[in-house]
Ligand binder design. Structure first.
Ligand SMILES: [Fe+2]
Ligand SMILES: [Fe+2]
Length: 420
C-alpha cells in the first residue's frame, strides 16, 4: 500500500514539474486532462472534473470533465461563505453529503446528486482557492477510505500548483498586454504632440506653410526606403517634424521677408539649428539623435554647411536624412521670391549634389521611392499627396529617375548613429 502511494505521489511530482513549464494553453489543457485521468484511474473513480476558480467573478469554470455528461453545469458560483469555508478546509476532500449546510452544496445539490458526486476537493494553494476537483462514486461502490483521501489530497496539491502557475502566467500576460497598450497610448500622445508642435512652427512661417510637416513625411519616406526598423523610422520622422523648432525664436519679419534677406538677417536666421538643439536637448525623446538632427540639418557632406562646417563622416546619419528632406521641400514649394522648380530639375539637382550636399545612399533611396510611385510599382501615394498628381507626372521623369539611380551606386560611407 505504502509503495503504491509513493508511486502515485512520484507520478504527480513529475506532473507538477511539467506544470512549471506549462506556458501554452493547449499544453495546460492537455496536462489537466492527463491529471484527471490519472486521478480517476488510480482509485477507479467513475467520473469527475477539474474546475478553475476565477476570484474576480467568484465562479468555478470546468477545465476538464469525464463522465459528467452535458447537463453538468460548466460554471458554478461561490458565495463569500463558501469561499471562507473552502479556504479554512484547505486541500482536504469535502464529503458532499455532509456539506449541505454550505450554500454552494445547496444550490448545486441536484446536479451533484444526479451525477453522484461524492467529493469536492478545494484546490487551495498559498491561501488562495485556485479551483475545485469534483469526484463521483468509486467503481466498486465503496465509500472513500482515509487512505483514498490522502492520495487524492496529494494529487490535488500538484494539480492545484499547476493551475496556480497557469493563473500567474495569465495574469502576467494580461499585465504585459496592459503595459503594451499604455506604451502605445503614450507613443501616440508623443507623436500627436510632435505634430502639433510642427504645425506651430509652420504657423510662424506663412510662406512655407506646412514645411515641417512635409519634411517629417519626406524623412519618414527616406527611412522607410532604407529599410530601417519601425522605431527608427518613427525617430527619423520626429526629427523631420521638429528640425526647424529653433525658428520659433527668430523674428517673424525675417522668416516672412518677401525678399532675399540680407547678411545680418541671414546670420540671425542661421542660428535656428543651434537654438533648436538647445530646445530639444532637455526633452526626453523615445528616440536618440532628434536634437542632433535639428542642429546639423544645414550641414553639407563637403563641409560647406553650417553651423559647424562638418564633413561627411562627422554628420549624424539622421541629420543627413533630414537635410535631404528639407532641401527637397525647399525646392518643390513656392517661396515669396521664387516659384517651385519642376520635378525634372529637382531630380537633376539631387543627383548633381549627391556626394557634395547630400549622402548618395539617401538620394538613391529617395529617388527609388519616387520611381516606385511614378511607375505604379507601389500603390502608395506618399509623394503624390505632398506634391500633387500633376507635378509627379512630369514628362521624362521616369528615365530621369532611372538614370539618377544608375548614376549613383552608393559608395559613400555614412556615419551610422544608433537610434533606439
Ligand atoms: Fe532649417
Ligand atoms: Fe527646414
Amino acid at each position: 500500500m505504502a509503495e503504491n502511494q509513493q508511486k502515485l505521489i512520484h507520478t504527480f511530482g513529475a506532473l507538477a514539474e511539467l506544470g512549471s513549464e506549462v506556458a501554452h494553453k493547449q499544453n495546460f489543457q492537455e496536462m489537466m486532462r492527463t491529471s484527471l485521468h490519472l486521478l480517476l484511474g488510480s482509485l477507479a473513480i467513475m467520473r469527475g472534473g477539474i474546475a478553475r476558480y476565477s476570484r474576480f467573478e467568484h465562479e468555478l469554470n470546468m477545465l476538464v470533465v469525464r463522465g459528467l455528461g452535458d447537463d453538468f453545469p460548466l460554471g458554478l458560483s461561490l458565495c463569500y461563505e463558501d469561499e471562507r469555508q473552502f479556504l479554512a478546509n484547505g486541500l482536504f476532500p469535502i464529503e458532499v453529503a455532509q456539506a449541505r449546510v454550505l450554500p454552494f452544496f445547496q444550490i448545486y445539490d441536484q446536479s451533484f446528486e444526479k451525477k453522484r458526486i461524492e467529493l469536492a476537493v478545494p484546490l487551495v494553494i498559498r491561501d488562495e482557492i485556485v479551483g475545485v476537483i469534483f469526484l463521483g462514486e468509486k467503481a466498486n461502490g465503496e465509500s472513500y477510505s482515509s487512505y483514498d483521501k490522502e492520495i487524492i489530497c496529494a494529487m490535488a496539491r500538484h494539480i492545484g500548483v499547476a493551475v496556480a502557475q497557469r493563473n500567474l502566467l495569465a495574469e502576467l500576460e494580461r499585465r504585459a498586454d496592459e503595459n503594451r497598450k499604455l506604451y502605445d497610448d503614450l507613443r501616440m500622445t508623443y507623436k500627436d504632440t510632435v505634430k502639433a508642435f510642427a504645425a506651430a512652427i509652420d504657423y510662424k512661417d506663412k510662406y512655407t506653410e506646412g514645411h515641417s510637416v512635409r519634411v517629417g513625411k519626406y524623412s519618414e519616406i527616406i527611412a522607410q526606403e532604407l529599410g530601417l526598423e519601425e522605431s527608427e523610422i518613427e525617430g527619423v520622422a520626429v526629427a523631420g517634424y521638429l528640425h526647424d523648432v529653433g525658428k520659433l525664436t527668430v523674428e517673424r519679419n525675417i522668416i516672412n521677408a518677401p525678399y532675399r534677406i540680407n547678411a545680418k538677417e541671414s546670420a540671425e536666421l542661421n542660428k535656428h539649428p543651434a537654438i533648436g538643439y538647445e530646445i530639444l536637448l532637455p526633452i526626453h525623446h523615445p528616440y536618440t539623435d532628434v536634437p542632433l538632427a535639428a542642429k546639423y540639418h544645414h550641414e553639407r557632406l563637403d563641409g560647406r554647411g553650417y553651423p559647424d562646417g562638418l564633413y561627411d563622416r562627422e554628420i549624424p546619419y539622421i541629420a543627413k536624412i533630414v537635410t535631404l528632406a528639407d532641401s527637397f521641400d525647399a525646392m518643390t514649394t513656392d517661396r515669396p521670391y521664387k516659384r517651385r522648380r519642376p520635378a525634372n530639375e529637382v531630380v537633376e539637382d539631387l543627383q548633381r549634389n549627391a556626394g557634395k550636399q547630400f549622402a548618395p545612399e539617401l538620394v538613391t533611396a529617395f529617388c527609388r521611392g519616387m520611381l516606385k510611385e511614378v511607375t505604379g510599382e507601389t500603390k502608395d501615394k506618399r509623394f503624390r499627396r505632398l506634391l500633387g498628381h500633376e507635378y509627379m507626372e512630369a514628362e521624362g521623369i521616369v528615365p530621369l529617375l532611372q538614370n539618377a539611380l544608375n548614376g549613383m551606386n552608393g559608395t559613400s560611407s555614412l556615419t551610422l548613429v544608433s537610434l533606439d
